[in-house]
Design a protein around this ligand. Structure first.
Ligand code: B3K
Ligand code: ZN
Length: 869
């Protein structure tokens, strides 16, 4: 298949100013009539009106009310309408089949409700349209359907009219005054319950907030509602951005390909990012809901009011909106812990992408299936790129850039370059070089070294940058890399960082901006043995190479003022110990690590959430990342050994923590309370790892006595993953207790799918036949198969290939059901070359089988082809 290229962008030959849509709703057959006011774009060469459509049954095409001559080209999914005058009304009528739509893109059925998902190119599965984000139109939508089946009828914008029709049918008319690209269009029809509230914007507009779910979940919407109100207030406060319509809707569905969708004023959410109560949602779920609600809400300005010119610019809205939601969560909760979580997530999910066959810049250069580019690179690395503007320009400078961006581009479809220019112009800054961040592929490395220049009495820091080998990196040159540095004295106190030649003492954290391949920085008034703390706050998305001693890492982990830097030092220390254990070396620094952990536990009263972050080891998957060949068994064994050692050696302290952290007052999903639960559950896990005698008893008691899902799930996981006595009872109890709750059953599946034991393959196979499992439900696929393939390397890479076979079989079926979800799963074979010959051959075989499949979806084909190349 020929890819679409960024460089080949052409403006559209036709604009659509306004569209009137009519839906005659029915689950088996929905009729869609569209009346588009089209206008020739005088700025490009004339060409006939060409519309996109996929899987549509075309009933009629008219120009200004007269039958039109048209040519439907099935192969390239286009409809060419001949003889359209400069301005015209073009009408089409089509029939679509929601019930048959298992790909969950376009108009589909979930439970009893009908709903849409259009981003990126789903609108063409609903009607003929120039389905590209730079064509922005106002929409007026009339929905008609059976009143009993579809009592609630929603679309974007304001409700203008409702009324009764014959035969028990009714209708509603919605009008969205803001021109929008087709990907932000949405409708929802079904029997839904509503939770209503209001928010008054700071200029005094009262906004009706309405959340919808299936009637049985109506009691689980409160947290999401609170989160929305916090988000609305925060965006006013931090960015001066107010909501712009009188109504904002959120609908929860159990059948959704991703987390949520920011359709204008009608956000549609995967139920897992909306529904919560104490018994069914963990603290992590509460936090995730708060952040996804915020993310989608923030899109109203960064994505909807200012949208993307083309899909290569996806990070313009996604990187920026992720950055915004990260800042929001940092403000609502703990900034240090949030930063650690975001960077650790980047390292776990985006680094492998950057090093894999699908590696792409945050602004990709080409794609076959755009849905394959909703990646950790575009989202998370994209957010780091946005964060660098803020690091370079300061918070106020960043805000000035944002203000100018909206002033210039409100109502437009623009590019990453437009954003960068707004940042530069608002600050009189030169950000030409910064553009390279949008073109480079893979994770750059910054090499650092220090020495002491006796004669000058200066400490010298050398930085050098390097891009990974990749054909697309050949003409990039040096990046602009902000590097925050600090130094500690021998008592681990921060030192002022003063450049040579400066008269006044500098700050404790200093921002250096590396713009050349190499640079040297000289600092005065630093002792020769000052301990460098580099890349504080993870000021750039790079790998840092610096040769700290294990002892110095332990010092940084214990005492650096920057929480992220403490976490990364602890990570490095544990990676070093694990590396030695994996290679079977007898000499290692486990003692230092134990001491460092003991110190953290000891001081953990102050910030239990930070302590919980510090007391964690890299996963088997992360440890596998930089190894070639990968020896999964050795990595797993080393990890088990070290966890066992830590658990045993810290047993007393862990027991004590478990006791002292027991709940005191009222349960709350927030801050201090959640942090205590978190550390307490880490302690429980470590006690089980240490094989401590009464771990089983403690875990069972914790399970039975739990009055919230965080504790219950942690205890459950500990019992099952360590195969403690009581695990079988807990499995049965959990299943029976939550049989009616789809989202909780996802957790039940995931815990079993991620048990680091090769027998997990057989469990997964058996669980696929469980009554609660459905291959056509993305949440189920992700919690059982996805969790297994991505988060259980020990079982997935079972020596006999049973794990590969299972995933291969699932992929073969998913390809017919839901290619988008299948393509994600297919990336689990990406690193097939890094394993021993036998495994490597077996993984390759699965990829080849898929590649040879007749009618393979472009989604999976793109992934598989890249992997085999
Ligand atoms: N913009 C959507 C993602 C759409 C994914 C399409 N495959 C959700 C979000 O990023 O907020
Ligand atoms: Zn988004």
């Amino acid at each position: 298949r020929t890819p679409v290229l960024r460089q080949e962008y052409r403006p559209p030959a036709w604009w659509v100013d306004h569209v009137e849509l009519e839906f005659d709703l029915d689950a088996t057959e929905t009729r869609v009539t569209s009346r588009m006011s089209v206008r020739r774009n005088p700025e490009v060469d004339a060409e006939p009106l060409t519309l996109s459509g996929a899987g549509l049954e075309t009933k009629r095409v008219e120009i200004d009310g007269e039958p039109a001559k048209f040519d439907e080209r099935g192969a390239d999914e286009t409809l060419v309408v001949e003889g359209v005058p400069e301005r015209a009304e073009v009408t089409t009528e089509v029939v679509v089949h929601p019930e048959r739509n298992t790909a969950l893109e376009g108009l589909y059925k979930s439970g009893a409700m009908l709903l849409t998902q259009c981003e990126a190119e789903g609108f063409r599965k609903i009607t003929w349209f120039p389905d590209r984000p730079d064509v922005m139109a106002t929409y007026r939508v009339r929905l008609a359907g059976d009143r009993e089946r579809f009592p609630v009828l929603l679309s974007n914008g304001n409700c203008m009219e409702t009324g009764e029709l014959d035969d028990g049918r009714h209708f509603a008319v919605w009008n969205d005054p803001f021109p929008k690209p087709s990907y932000l269009f949405a409708i929802v029809a079904g029997e839904l319950s509503e939770l209503a509230d209001t928010f008054t914007t700071r200029s005094g507009r009262e906004v009706a907030l309405k959340f919808y779910s299936e009637p049985e979940n109506i009691g689980q919407l409160d947290h999401a509602m609170e989160s929305l109100k916090k988000s609305m207030a925060w965006d006013e406060e931090r960015f001066g951005l107010e909501y712009d319509l009188d109504v904002f809707h959120v609908v929860a569905t159990h059948d959704f390909n991703m987390g949520a969708m920011e359709n204008k004023s009608l956000n549609i959410f995967n139920a897992r990012y909306v529904l919560a109560d104490r018994e069914t949602a963990t603290d992590a779920d509460y936090e995730a809901i708060e952040s996804v609600i915020a993310h989608e809400y923030f899109h109203n300005w960064t994505g909807n009011r200012v949208t993307c010119r083309d899909w290569f610019q996806l990070t313009l809205k996604e990187g920026l909106t992720v950055f915004r939601d990260q800042e929001f969560t940092a403000d609502m909760r703990s900034p240090g812990v949030k930063r650690i979580q975001d960077v650790s997530d980047l390292m776990a999910r985006q680094f492998p992408e950057d090093a894999g066959p699908m590696a792409h810049p945050v602004r990709p250069e080409r794609y076959v299936e755009i849905n394959n580019f909703y990646t950790a690179t575009v989202y998370e690395k994209g957010a780091q790129v946005v964060r660098m503007y803020e690091t370079l320009l300061g918070r106020d400078g960043f805000r000035r850039g944002m203000d100018l961006y909206f002033e210039r581009h409100d109502g437009q479809a623009v590019t990453c370059d437009d954003f960068r220019r707004a940042m530069a112009d608002a600050n009189d800054a030169d950000l030409e070089q910064f553009e390279r961040w949008y073109r480079q592929v893979g994770t750059p490395t910054v090499e650092a070294s220090t020495r002491y220049d006796e004669s000058a009495g200066e400490l010298v820091l050398e930085l050098a940058q390097r891009l990974p080998e990749h054909p697309d990196n050949r003409n990039i040159g040096a990046l602009m890399i902000p590097v925050k540095v600090g130094f500690l004295d021998t008592d681990n106190r921060p030192l002022p960082v003063t450049l040579s030649g400066e008269s006044e003492a500098g700050p404790e954290t200093r921002l250096l901006v590396l713009t050349d391949e190499k640079a040297e920085y000289r600092f005065r008034d630093l002792p020769a043995d000052a301990l460098p703390s580099l890349l504080r706050d993870y000021s750039a998305p790079v790998k840092l190479d610096y040769d700290w001693s294990s002892r110095d890492l332990a010092r940084l982990a214990g005492f650096d003022s920057d929480p992220f830097s403490r976490w990364r030092a602890m990570r490095r220390l544990s990676e070093r110990v694990l590396g030695d254990l994996i290679e079977g070396r007898d000499e290692h620094d486990a003692e230092l690590l134990i001491e460092a952990w003991a110190a953290v536990l000891d001081g953990s009263g102050e910030d239990p959430a930070l302590a919980a972050e510090l007391l964690s080891l890299p996963s088997v998957g992360e440890l596998a990342q930089d190894r070639d060949p990968v020896d999964i068994e050795a990595i797993h064994a080393a990890r088990v050994e070290l966890l066992g050692l830590l658990g045993r050696r810290l047993e007393n302290a862990l027991r004590e923590r478990f006791d002292t952290l027991a709940p005191t007052g009222e349960w709350s999903s927030e801050g201090p309370d959640a942090a205590r639960r978190r550390l307490r559950n880490v302690a429980l896990g470590l006690l089980a790892s240490g094989g401590c005698d009464d771990a089983a008893e403690w875990a069972s008691k914790h399970y039975d006595g739990a009055d919230n899902m965080t504790d219950r799930l942690a205890a459950f996981r500990t019992l099952v993953h360590h195969e403690l006595e009581g695990a079988q009872d807990a499995l049965a109890d959990f299943e029976q207790r939550f049989a009616d709750d789809q989202l909780v059953m996802d957790k039940w599946f995931a815990v079993q799918a991620t048990r680091s034991d090769e027998r997990a393959v057989d469990d997964v196979r058996r669980l696929m036949d469980h009554a609660a499992f459905r291959l056509n439900n993305p949440n189920k696929v992700r919690s059982l198969i996805g969790a297994f393939a991505m988060m259980n390397p020990v079982a997935f890479h079972r020596a006999d290939g049973a794990g590969y076979k299972l995933v291969g079989e699932v992929l073969d079926k998913l390809d017919d059901i839901n290619p988008q979800v299948g393509a994600r799963l297919a990336t689990s074979f990406n690193r097939w070359r890094a394993y021993d010959d036998k495994r490597s051959a077996m993984m390759k075989e699965q990829l080849q089988k898929l590649a040879a499949k007749k009618g393979l979806s472009p989604d999976i084909e793109e992934i598989v082809t890249a992997a085999l190349k």
